[in-house]
Design a protein around this ligand. Structure first.
Ligand code: C5P
Length: 222
C-alpha cells in the first residue's frame, strides 16, 4: 500500500508552510516544501545565466539539479543546499519567489521536476505543500486541503514575518507583490493554482494558526 499523503495548496503567504510543518511533526510524516524546489531551480538557472526561453537547457538543469534538504533537531528550520552550497537565506527572498513564479509557468520545467516531488511520498506518510500538490503531483492523495485568505491579510502576515526577522517592508509594496504572484500562478496554462475537487477549503482570514491546524489535524485523524 502506498504511503498516505496530505496535500496543502494555496496562494503565497497563506501559511501553508507553517501548517504543513506542524502536521508533519504531529504525524511524524515526511515534509515536502515544493515551493523550495521551484525557488532552488530558479536560483540554479539564474547562476548559470541561461536564456529562460531555451527549454532544452532548462530541462537539463531540472534533471540534474543537485538539491538536498537538511532538517535540524534543535530548530524548526530546514537548510537547503544547491550544488553543495547553503542557499537557505537566498531561497526565501521575494526576488527569488518572483523568479520561481516566472519559471514555474513553463511546462517542461514542471514536467522535469514532477518525479523528484513524487519521490517524497514514502512511508510512514507525507505532507506536501505548494500550488498543484492536490491537483497534479499527488492527484490520488488521501487528504487534500486548500488554504486561502484575503490578499490584504496575507500581505500583513508577510510584513509581520519580515519584521520578526529584523527586516523592514512597505505594506503597499508587499500587497502588490502578493497580488502579482497570485495572478500569475492562478492564470498560467500548466498546473494553475486552484483547489482540488475534493479538497477541504479553509478560509484562514479570520482564523488563528492554532484554529487552522486543528481543522487540518481533524481531517487527517478522522
Ligand atoms: O510557495 P512558494 O512561495 O515558496 O513558491 C514560489 C513559487 O513557486 C510560487 O509562486 C509558484 O509560482 C511556484 N510553485 C509552483 N508549484 C508549486 C510550488 C510553488 O508553481 N507546487
Amino acid at each position: 500500500m502506498s504511503a498516505p499523503v496530505l496535500t496543502i495548496d494555496g496562494p503565497s503567504g497563506v501559511g501553508k508552510g507553517t501548517v504543513a510543518r506542524v502536521i508533519a511533526q504531529q504525524q511524524n510524516w515526511h515534509l515536502l516544501d515544493s515551493g523550495a524546489i521551484y525557488r532552488a531551480f530558479a536560483l540554479a538557472v539564474d547562476s548559470r545565466a541561461i536564456d529562460i526561453t531555451d527549454e532544452d537547457a532548462l530541462e537539463k538543469i531540472a534533471q540534474n539539479l543537485e538539491l538536498t534538504f537538511k532538517t535540524h533537531e534543535d530548530s524548526e528550520l530546514v537548510s537547503v543546499y544547491l550544488d553543495g552550497q547553503d542557499v537557505s537565506k537566498k531561497l526565501r527572498t521575494e526576488q527569488t519567489g518572483e523568479m520561481a513564479s516566472k519559471i514555474a509557468s513553463i511546462g517542461v520545467v514542471r514536467a522535469a521536476l514532477l518525479k523528484r516531488q513524487q519521490d517524497f511520498a514514502v512511508s510512514p506518510g507525507l505532507v506536501a505543500d505548494g500550488r498543484d500538490m492536490g491537483t497534479v503531483v499527488f492527484k490520488d492523495a488521501k487528504f487534500k486541503v486548500y488554504l486561502t485568505a484575503s490578499s490584504e491579510e496575507r500581505a500583513n502576515r508577510r510584513l509581520k514575518q519580515l519584521q520578526a526577522q529584523g527586516h523592514e517592508g512597505i505594506i503597499s509594496q508587499i500587497l502588490a507583490e502578493v497580488e502579482t504572484r497570485d495572478k500569475r500562478d492562478s492564470s498560467r496554462e500548466h498546473s494553475p493554482l486552484k483547489p482540488a475537487e475534493n479538497a477541504l477549503i479553509i478560509d484562514t482570514t479570520n482564523l488563528s494558526l492554532d484554529e487552522v491546524i486543528a481543522q487540518v489535524s481533524e481531517l487527517v485523524k478522522a
